[in-house]
Ligand binder design. Structure first.
Ligand code: MF3
Ligand code: CO
Length: 264
């Protein structure tokens, strides 16, 4: 999401963090259930319906439904499903998942107004060796970014870690979208690009919470937005992968709030 640099980064209190932990746990558990339903023949809209049911059963609030910054139309679903050449913000609809697809599921909820946001890319059955590798590299780039999130480190170290890993592997980092602060709003300052030099920007302190979300293309980094005004696709039609976690900076290092046993 687009946010400007240089705005104040909110520091969360203990009770705010408790609610974000709870939101994050729900997001993680629901993503595990959704991931299990990604199979050939399943419609993307069917996945959104199932996500809505789980939200209802747990008494949660979707962070995505109705979201519409900067004059964009309100986002019409609780889930983003982005298949193959779709990078992010794929609106669930008529598309049916097929063997060999890579499918990004992006999902967020709030608990008493405090948000969690996470995404995973799933390989559907036998995917090409290149797609599998793209997905693995993107997952590992998120891990490397998370490892930089210790107190005293600089904000730009996060994106640097992604770029430094992804580009030598032969892939490109999407520049039109970025990670973001998260808390009382799904998108808060700062804007956290997945590229750039190390050693710039504010130092991290305990109580900062960021959603880190590398988007990595097999081909060129260029992005095109479809007529629905949301779905971002690669201009060259090559595949794209996306992983995201919501992470709290603590005295003891990064704490991933959107992770449970069995999740990405
Ligand atoms: N993780 C995505 C992002 O931060 C979630 C977008 S939700 C949507 O951009 F509603 F905006 F699609
Ligand atoms: Co996000």
């Amino acid at each position: 999401m687009k946010l400007s640099y240089g705005q104040k980064i909110p520091i969360k209190t203990r009770s705010e963090i408790d609610r974000m932990r709870e939101a994050g746990r729900h997001v993680a558990e629901i993503l595990v259930e959704l991931r299990d339903r990604v199979r050939p023949g399943v419609g993307t809209e069917e996945l959104d319906r199932y996500a809505r049911k789980l939200i209802r059963e747990r008494g949660l609030t979707s962070s995505f439904l109705g979201y519409g910054p900067y004059g964009l139309p309100a986002y019409p679903a609780v889930l983003c499903v982005s298949v193959n050449e779709e990078i992010v913000h794929g609106i669930p609809g008529g598309r049916v998942i097929r063997e060999g697809d890579i499918v990004s599921l992006d999902f967020g909820v709030s608990v008493e107004g405090w948000h969690g946001d996470s995404a995973v890319t799933v390989c559907v059955g036998d995917v090409t060796e290149e797609c599998r590798h793209l997905v693995e590299v993107t997952r590992e780039s998120l891990d490397r970014a998370i490892k930089t999130m210790r107190c005293g480190q600089r904000l730009s170290d996060i994106g640097h870690a992604v770029q430094e890993f992804v580009e030598p592997a032969g892939y490109s980092v999407v520049r039109d979208f970025a990670g973001h602060g998260i808390g009382a709003a799904m998108h808060e300052p700062p804007w956290i690009p997945n590229y750039g030099p190390r050693g710039r920007g504010p130092r991290l302190v305990p109580g900062m919470v960021f959603a880190i979300e590398p988007m990595v293309n097999a081909g060129a980094p260029d992005v095109e937005i479809l007529d629905d005004e949301w779905t971002a696709v690669t201009v060259d039609g090559a595949a794209s992968a996306h992983f995201e976690h919501t992470i709290l900076v603590t005295d003891d290092g990064p704490e991933v709030l959107t992770q449970v046993a069995g999740s990405h």
